[in-house]
Design a protein around this ligand. Structure first.
Ligand code: ADP
Ligand code: ZN
Length: 436
C-alpha cells in the first residue's frame, strides 16, 4: 500500500494546533517584512498598523492587501525581503494577464516549495517506485521546476521532459513505463488525443495518475482525460507569487484541493469591497505566505475565484480545501453586458459533444456592439456526418449557450485539427476588443 501522506503530522494536524502554528509564524513573518520590505512597511504605516498590532491570525484582517499592481510597481526588487546574496533562484509568471512578475527564492524557500509538491505527488499514490514524467514547461515558469523538485524528494524516477514534441513524450512514456504524468490539463488532453491518433490505447501505457494544474479546467474535462489516458486525474494549484504549484493539491477524494496551511493562510474576500467572507462563500482567494524568506507576500490578492471548505475529508487530512478556481476575476469576459467565464462555455460544449472539443472564443466589437463567436472543432467522426446532423448539433449548442449565459453566440463548427493545440496554458479566448 502506497504511503498516503508526505508529512502526516502537518497534513492531519488538529485545526486548533494548526491555528497556533499559523499565528506564531504570522507574527514572525510580519516582523520580517516590516524590517526588510520598505514598500510594504509604508503600506502598513498608511493603514496605521505596526507589527505590535499583529498578535495572531485573528489580527490578519488588519494588514493591507497586496495586488498584482503592487508587484508591477515594485518590480523587480521592491518586495524582496532578503539580500540578493541569500537568493538562489528567480522564477516568473507566464504572463497570462499582462506584464510578467518575478519572484525570488532562497534555498530554504525552494526546499519548502518542493516539499509542498512532494505532498501532492504522495497524495496521488506516488512513491519511490514511480516513474514521474514532468511535461510542464521548465525555465522561468514554475510548473516544471516545482514538480521536478517534488518528484526528486519523493524519490520517483523523474523524466524532466518539459512540454512539446508530443509523439516523443508518448514514446518515452511507453519505453520507460511512466506511471505519473504532470502537465497542464489542456496538454494532458492533447497527449491523450495524440496517443489515440498514433493507434494506441490506455492499455499500451502504464500511467496511473496525473497531476494537472496551472489553468482552470472543468470536471467534465477531468472525466475526458481520465478516459483517454486510463488514469485518475488530480488537480494542483499554485501561483508564482506564492512559490508555484503545490499551494494546494487534491487527494483521493477528488473534491477540491487541500491548502498547505502551515505555509499559506487562505482568506476569501469580496473582490469589490475587500471584506472577509465566511467559509463556504464564493469570493476572491487571498494568501499570506508565513514561511517564505525571500518573497513573503502578505494578504496577496490572487484574483482567483473559489470557495473554501473545512468539511471533513475522507482522506484524513485536516487541511482546509478550496474548490477549483472557476477562473480569475480578470479572466471574466463581459460580453454584451453579461459576465461570462470561459469555463461555463466549456461545460456546455463537453456536455453536447460528449467529448472535450478544441474550441476558441472570439470576441470583437463592431460599431458599438460586441460580437461573440465560439469556434468548435469537429472530430473526424463528426466531420463525416451528414450536413443535417451537423446542423442539429449547431442548433443544440446555440440553444444551450443561450440557456446558460442568456446571450446568443455565433457557433462556427470548424474542420478537425484546425484549432491550435496547447502544450502549456491553453489560449481559449481571443478578445479583439482589447487591441483597439
Ligand atoms: P500567470 O498569472 O501569468 O498565469 P502563473 O503561471 O503563476 O502566472 O499562474 C498562476 C495562475 O494560474 C493562478 O493564479 C490561477 O489563476 C491559475 N491556476 C493555477 N493552478 C490552477 C488550477 N489548478 N485551476 C485553475 N487555475 C489555476
Ligand atoms: Zn482529502
Amino acid at each position: 500500500m502506497a504511503k498516503r501522506y508526505w508529512n502526516e503530522k502537518i497534513e492531519c494536524m488538529e485545526h486548533s494546533e494548526m491555528q497556533k502554528l499559523q499565528s506564531e509564524r504570522l507574527v514572525k513573518q510580519v516582523k520580517h517584512v516590516w524590517d526588510n520590505v520598505p514598500y510594504y512597511r509604508k503600506k502598513m504605516e498608511e493603514k496605521g498598523v505596526t507589527p505590535d498590532d499583529i498578535k495572531g491570525i485573528e489580527d490578519l484582517h488588519k494588514l493591507p492587501f497586496l495586488s498584482k499592481a503592487d508587484l508591477r510597481d515594485a518590480y523587480p526588487y521592491g518586495l524582496l525581503a532578503e539580500p540578493l546574496s541569500n537568493c538562489v533562484r528567480i522564477q516568473s509568471t507566464s504572463g497570462t494577464t499582462g506584464k510578467r512578475v518575478v519572484a525570488f527564492y532562497t534555498q530554504h524557500d525552494i526546499d519548502l516549495w518542493e516539499d509542498c509538491c512532494a505532498r501532492a505527488i504522495t497524495a496521488v499514490g506516488g512513491t519511490n517506485e514511480d516513474v514521474c514524467q514532468v511535461c510542464y514547461g521548465y525555465g522561468l515558469f514554475t510548473g516544471g521546476p516545482g514538480l521536478n523538485g517534488g518528484s526528486h524528494k519523493v524519490g520517483c524516477l523523474t523524466l524532466p521532459m518539459s512540454s512539446g514534441n508530443t509523439e516523443r513524450q508518448i514514446q518515452f512514456m511507453m519505453d520507460l513505463g511512466s506511471t505519473i504524468l504532470c502537465c497542464t490539463p489542456s496538454y494532458a488532453a492533447y497527449i491523450g488525443e495524440t496517443l489515440h491518433d498514433m493507434g494506441y490505447t490506455p492499455d499500451d501505457i502504464k500511467l496511473k495518475a496525473g497531476i494537472f494544474g496551472a489553468e482552470p479546467w472543468t470536471e467534465e474535462m477531468r472525466h475526458e482525460i481520465e478516459k483517454s489516458l486510463g488514469i485518475k486525474a488530480y488537480d494542483i494549484y499554485g501561483l508564482t507569487e506564492t512559490s508555484g504549484p503545490g499551494v494546494s493539491f487534491e487527494c483521493e477524494e477528488q473534491t477540491g484541493m487541500h491548502i498547505n496551511e502551515d505555509h499559506f493562510i487562505a482568506e476569501i474576500i469580496d473582490p469589490d469591497t475587500g471584506e472577509v467572507l465566511p467559509e463556504g462563500t464564493k469570493g476572491e482567494l487571498v494568501f499570506t505566505s508565513i514561511t517564505k524568506e525571500a518573497f513573503p507576500l502578505l494578504r496577496y490578492r490572487t484574483r482567483d475565484i473559489c470557495v473554501l471548505s473545512r468539511k471533513k475529508c475522507s482522506c484524513g487530512r485536516t487541511l482546509i480545501k478550496m474548490t477549483k478556481p472557476m477562473g480569475r476575476s480578470d479572466d471574466m469576459l463581459i460580453i454584451k453586458g453579461v459576465n461570462v467565464f470561459p469555463s461555463q462555455i466549456e461545460t456546455v460544449l463537453i456536455k453536447d459533444f460528449k467529448a472535450t472539443p478544441n474550441y476558441q472564443i472570439v470576441v470583437d466589437r463592431v460599431g458599438n456592439a460586441d460580437t461573440f463567436e465560439i469556434k468548435i472543432e469537429l472530430s473526424d467522426d463528426m466531420f463525416s456526418d451528414t450536413i443535417k446532423d451537423i446542423a442539429t448539433l449547431e442548433k443544440k449548442l446555440s440553444a444551450d449557450i443561450v440557456q446558460i449565459l442568456g446571450i446568443k453566440a455565433k457557433i462556427s463548427l470548424v474542420e478537425p485539427k484546425s484549432i491550435p493545440r496547447s502544450e502549456g496554458k491553453a489560449v481559449r479566448v481571443i478578445d479583439k476588443r482589447k487591441l483597439v
